[in-house]
Write a protein that binds this ligand. Structure first.
Ligand SMILES: [Mn+2]
Length: 311
């Protein structure tokens, strides 16, 4: 079982370079204002905040060859990749404070390299309203935050797919599991299907219930040596409870469903790294979405109502 409890390393990634709507660059500070670090310390965790990574500004230029902002976005991803690799090498748990979801190309490629070097299995749980599985050929917008899943699975231009030390693809599609999807582009559907990614869309959550979805998604993790990476897009949540995000889609998980999701992730004891992305304070109401995220992350890091016999 997991005897070592790693320190958490908060890493701010203040950029919206992969998105159309500006504002997720302010996400890291909104999470700090909402009291993320003290809340996690209150649970007995060691928490260090290394501040924000630096990177190029958002040039707000139109797509070239189906991609927007490739060169400066790649600079951000390299910075994220290095910071995550360093945190893992230091035995800490990197927690990315996004920023838009394009940063996951940097973080997950680094996690995948780390696991490959150690011969450790990797499971990536991707909570999102969208599949983020576009490529420049099929993307309606050219925005990079719609492409991390395809890029990590080896589809897309080499500046994006080759982040994992030239290892191609960064990870097998079978390592990924997506939960909460309810807005997938037509050609993206075919790509997802072709890659064979395990997907639980909102219909699956309706029909099976969150408990059974999470049981399947986390099957085999308890008591294993698997590294669990969580990529948590705020638009996973229903916009009625989480309005502070750039691409909201109605019909998402409720507060209780999201809590159960976090509690079951915590129960595995395997969480090794985390992206928290697409929080947009410019669209939020009195920071309520950031506060909700802090509440959910408390559950993710072990807050529970009762002493649980299974821990
Ligand atoms: Mn996303």
């Amino acid at each position: 079982m997991n005897t070592h409890t790693p320190s958490l390393r908060l890493i701010g990634v203040p950029t919206d370079i992969g998105a159309s709507r500006l504002g997720s660059a302010m996400g890291p500070d909104a999470l700090r204002v909402a009291g993320l670090a003290p809340a996690l310390r209150h649970l007995g965790r060691q928490v260090g905040d290394v501040g924000n990574l630096a990177g190029p500004p958002n040039p707000q230029t139109p797509p070239e060859h189906g991609l927007r902002h490739l060169a400066p976005a790649r600079t951000w991803m390299e910075g994220v990749h290095r910071a995550v690799g360093q945190a893992l090498a230091d035995g800490e748990l990197p927690l990315m404070l996004g920023g838009d979801h394009s940063l996951a190309m940097g973080s997950i490629s680094a996690v995948a390299s780390h696991c490959r070097d150690r011969g450790q299995a990797l499971r990536v749980v991707w909570l999102d309203a969208h599949a983020d599985c576009n490529t420049p050929d099929i993307s309606p917008s050219g925005n990079l935050h719609g492409m991390p899943v395809a890029s990590l699975c080896g589809l897309g231009p080499s500046p994006l797919t080759a982040l994992s030390g030239g290892h191609h693809p960064a990870l097998p599609a079978s390592a990924l599991c997506q939960i909460g999807l309810r807005s997938v582009d037509e050609q993206e559907k075919r790509l997802l299907h072709g890659l064979g990614i395990e997907v639980y869309d909102m219909r699956a959550i309706d029909e099976l219930g969150m408990r059974e979805v999470m049981r399947r998604a986390l099957d085999g993790l308890h008591g294993s040596d698997t590294h669990l990476h969580l990529s948590f897009d705020v638009d996973f949540l229903d916009p009625d409870i989480a309005p502070g995000t750039g691409t909201p889609v109605r019909g998402g998980p409720s507060y209780r469903e999201a809590q159960l999701c976090m509690e079951m992730l915590a129960d595995t004891g395997r969480l090794g790294s985390l992206d928290l992305v697409e929080l947009n304070p410019a669209l939020d109401l009195r920071n309520q979405t950031a506060e909700l995220v802090v509440d959910l992350l408390e559950s993710l890091f072990g807050k529970s109502t009762l002493v649980r016999a299974d821990r």
